[in-house]
Design a binder for this molecule. Structure first.
Ligand SMILES: Nc1nc2c(ncn2[C@@H]2O[C@H](COP(=O)(O)O[C@H]3[C@@H](O)[C@H](n4cnc5c(=O)[nH]c(N)nc54)O[C@@H]3COP(=O)(O)O)[C@@H](O)[C@H]2O)c(=O)[nH]1
Length: 498
């Protein structure tokens, strides 16, 4: 500084100064020299100002530009910087970096049902939990919404990454309290590794995101590593999603009807409507494959309304038929449809428009969907029941029902899951479970029907056990409309009392 002042007669810059009380502070300082007639420096003029508040403001602006306002975590910009540095270092030392892409399961439900205040509080708690699990040298950042990214630089082994992912799962999944509400979310975690799964930031994040989707598909609340096979599955999934969004307009969807049989009379009493999708190049796509995609892509609402419209139109075409006009039609309702507050309104509107009697409509909701959040399932089910429609619990026995809740649910029928029926009579414990479900239904005054009946022995067992309704390949596969009509007419002739 003094050298420059002597040489140029001027210096400007920032220095650390000390106040009288001994505290150190940043100072802006300008020094100018004054010379006499002979050119000798005779005076120095120093102008200084305290830069403390300017510095603080600058730091605050820097922090805001690189951190998320709600959680205080590094934001996307800082994450990219840190990841770039981690990759550069890993390249130098031939090391690995792990990228964990975390999305909270069913966060939207909490946000939508309880409001944004609860959603925000929950995100703050999750941010703290994530940070508490990893080391200070790791980076936890908020990618946006309910998505977080964790960068683990210098990982030793894939086992270490899995161990950390397990700890994250456990920590985030624990219940927490916001005001007087007990909230619970779980994370789905996708993991990509540098250099195995990509060499650059964009590829590594995309692949971690792909793995996260796979974690969601595998039942949520778990973690998955990225693989090339996964990538292929994702590409196929995206194609199905794209094509499915146009399937209704392109008239590629149809319904098949599986007869439901009264085992004492052999007569058809109802039918379950089951979706079929025939695509010109993908071929016949199983609902097992596309229903979940429809749910995740937000298409199930439109499809569900279409299904009911088709069922009512079918029933209307046969409303003077002696047998068909008496049948109860069942349609499957997914968890996402039940969460949608507009669903009951749509059912009511369709019933009014079609004139279809509400008591001839049964809506099937899986036990797993109801038990996912039983408290929240009761109001929409009650609303549907108040329209006069019947509610059945589908795949009963697989979803760990709480018996205490079962008696409070507005349901009229239990459908025994096909997995208990398929090994009867060989599997005696399945026989005992089926017996128990039938007894449970009787004691709760509910109807009961067995699904997936494939043999005469199974039919006999069910009659003896007191279950008088069944459906399954033994009686009929799901049938196209005209085959179903023919089946109903034929069974009426064969089984009419002589
Ligand atoms: N939300 C909606 N879900 C729907 C709709 N349509 C179908 N689905 C669900 O897709 C899953 C697969 O359905 P699908 O391939 O049609 O299989 C059904 C039957 O074909 C099959 N079944 C019936 N009897 C037997 C049998 O004896 N053996 C055997 N191996 N399979 C049999 O079971 C399926 C019906 O199951 P469920 O619904 O549990 O009664 C399925 O989960 C459908 O629910 C839709 O419109 N919306």
């Amino acid at each position: 500084m003094w050298e420059q002042v002597r040489e140029t007669g001027y210096w400007k810059g920032e220095i650390w100064n000390r106040r009288k009380d001994g505290t150190v502070f940043p100072e802006w300082l300008t020094i100018t020299t004054l010379s006499d007639g002979a050119g000798h420096i005779c005076n120095y003029i120093a102008i200084f100002s305290d830069a403390t508040s300017y510095k603080e403001k600058e730091e605050r602006i820097q922090h805001m530009a690189h951190h998320d306002a709600l959680t205080g975590l590094p934001n996307r910009t800082l994450m990219q910087d840190r990841l770039e540095m981690a990759i550069a270092k890993a390249k130098r030392i031939h090391g690995n970096v792990a990228i964990l892409f975390i999305d909270l399961d069913r966060f939207k439900v909490i946000n939508d049902s309880l409001g944004h205040h609860y959603g925000d509080m929950l995100l703050k708690i999750v941010a703290k939990r994530l940070t508490s699990v990893v080391r200070a040298s790791d980076t936890v950042c908020r990618q946006g919404g309910d998505e977080f990214i964790i960068i683990l630089p210098e990982v030793e082994s894939i086992g270490d990454v899995a161990h950390i992912a397990e700890k994250l799962l456990k920590s985030v999944s624990e219940e927490c309290r916001v005001d007087n509400e007990v909230l619970k979310v779980s994370p789905s975690i996708g993991i990509s590794l540098f250099p195995d799964d990509g060499n650059d930031i964009a590829t590594l994040i995309k692949n971690a995101d792909t793995a996260m989707y796979h974690a969601k598909e595998s039942g949520r609340a778990n973690f998955q590593f990225f693989t090339e096979r996964l990538n292929q599955i994702l590409l196929q999934r995206m194609e199905i999603e794209r094509e499915l969004s146009m399937a209704i307009q392109r008239e590629q969807l149809t319904l098949h009807y599986q007869p439901q049989i009264d085992l004492t009379s052999g007569q058809v009493t109802g039918a379950e409507a089951l979706l079929r999708w025939n695509h010109p190049t993908l071929g016949s796509v199983s609902p097992m494959k596309f229903i979940q995609i429809a749910e995740e892509a937000g298409l199930i609402g439109e499809i569900g309304v279409w299904v009911l419209g088709q069922v009512f139109a079918f029933a209307a075409r046969w409303n003077r038929h002696p047998q068909l006009s008496q049948l109860v039609f069942s349609a499957n309702v997914s968890a996402r449809q039940l969460e949608d507050t507009a669903f009951a309104e749509s059912v009511e509107r369709l019933l009014n428009e079609s004139g279809f009697p509400a008591d001839r409509l049964e809506l099937e909701i899986t036990e797993t969907a109801i038990m996912e959040d039983i408290q929240r399932s009761i109001p929409p089910l009650t609303e549907l029941k108040s329209l006069g429609v019947k509610i059945a619990i589908d795949d009963f026995g697989t979803g760990y029902s709480s018996l205490n809740y079962l008696k409070r649910l507005p349901i009229s029928r239990l459908k025994i899951d096909r997995s208990f029926i398929s090994d009867i009579p060989e599997d005696k414990s399945d026989e005992r479970i089926t017996h128990a479900i039938i007894n449970l239904a009787q004691s709760l005054n509910l109807e009961v029907i067995a699904e997936g009946v494939e043999s005469e022995e199974q039919t006999r067992f069910l009659i003896e056990a007191g279950c008088l309704n069944a459906q399954g390949f033994f009686y009929a596969r799901p049938l196209a409309e005209h085959d179903f009509v023919a089946f109903v007419e034929q069974s009426s002739v064969t089984n009419s009392p002589s």
